[in-house]
Write a protein that binds this ligand. Structure first.
Ligand SMILES: C[S@@+](CC[C@H](N)C(=O)[O-])C[C@H]1O[C@@H](n2cnc3c(N)ncnc32)[C@H](O)[C@@H]1O
Length: 272
């Protein structure tokens, strides 16, 4: 099967053994079923995950390659178009969640009871690494909201190719999106400070509504201690799983630990 997105210029041949019945199959040509099966095998394992290889499997090119194409075209235009926001265009691998982190987060959330009743949002979802990973390895509804339509196009093409009915992407500014159906929210350092404050305030209101309605608390997963989360009295820390990076360098260090918070069930925590 030919890859749905033709990034032939940037496509670097990659191969994988084992998960594909011991035959070597170019990743971008693997069937949707093989791909999902392979991702589930990785999810069940503990070893390092080759980000570049998985990007090729899902998107036909790595996120950094895709992003280079995006920004080389018009860096100034991009900056002007998204003034006041952080499109994170043309930067490094570190701005995308490593697949090992997705594995840890999905495992931990599943351990904490995530089910098909949950709606997991990645707010600022980029190329959809986290949403696609969760969609393949968990039963929750998985949704991504992303400012740059070019990235959503790539993520949606992967979603369609893999036939993931529980995955959905929206191209929009998060400020304009109603995410009140969400129960779990994921952040990988996505927004400018004003936008982050806007989102957190709306999450606080959502948590309060759910508390008053007797619904379950909301869960927030954030990269690092993510400053703003720490000072929210309506959030309690649920888990801080450590990530062991095989390449423990300046990008992938303790800073990349994800913290799982949950809105507290105590009404007085909401008192201002
Ligand atoms: C650091 S990247 C993380 C992407 C993805 N969550 C991941 O971990 O792979 C943050 C993303 O948030 C997006 N973003 C920034 N401001 C946004 C906004 N106001 N609304 C929606 N997305 C936004 C950026 O365009 C970027 O793709």
């Amino acid at each position: 099967m030919k890859p749905i997105i033709d990034y032939s210029e940037s496509l670097i041949p990659v191969e994988v053994r084992g998960a594909f019945d011991d035959t070597i199959v170019p990743l971008a040509e693997s069937s949707p079923t093989d791909t999902v099966e392979y991702m589930r095998t990785l999810h069940a394992g503990l070893g390092p995950i080759d980000r570049r290889k998985i990007d090729h499997l899902l998107f036909g090119a790595s996120c950094t390659e895709l992003d280079r194409e995006l920004t080389v075209a018009s860096p100034r235009e991009l900056a002007a178009k998204y003034a006041g926001e952080m499109p994170w265009a043309g930067t490094q691998e570190a701005i995308w969640t490593p697949y090992e982190v997705s594995r840890m987060v999905v495992s931990k959330l599943t351990e904490l009871g995530m089910s098909s009743d949950d709606v997991l949002y990645d707010l600022g979802s980029g190329y959809g690494r986290v949403v696609l990973y969760a969609g393949m390895t968990a039963t929750a509804q998985c949704k991504g909201v992303e400012l740059l339509p070019e990235r959503v196009e790539v993520a949606t093409a992967a979603r369609n190719r893999l036939q993931l009915d529980n995955v959905d992407f929206t191209a929009a500014n998060v400020r304009d999106v109603d995410f009140s159906d969400g129960t779990i929210f994921y952040f990988w350092h996505p927004f400018s400070a004003p936008t982050f404050r806007n989102v957190i305030e709306r999450l606080r209101m959502l948590a309060e509504q759910r508390l008053q309605a007797g619904d379950d608390p909301i869960t927030i997963v954030s990269r690092g201690k993510a400053g703003l989360m720490d000072v929210q009295p309506w959030l309690i820390e649920r888990a801080m799983p450590m990530i062991e990076y095989p390449d423990n360098n300046e990008f992938f260090s303790r800073l990349d630990v994800c913290v799982i918070h949950q809105s507290t069930t105590a009404a007085d925590a909401y008192a201002q």
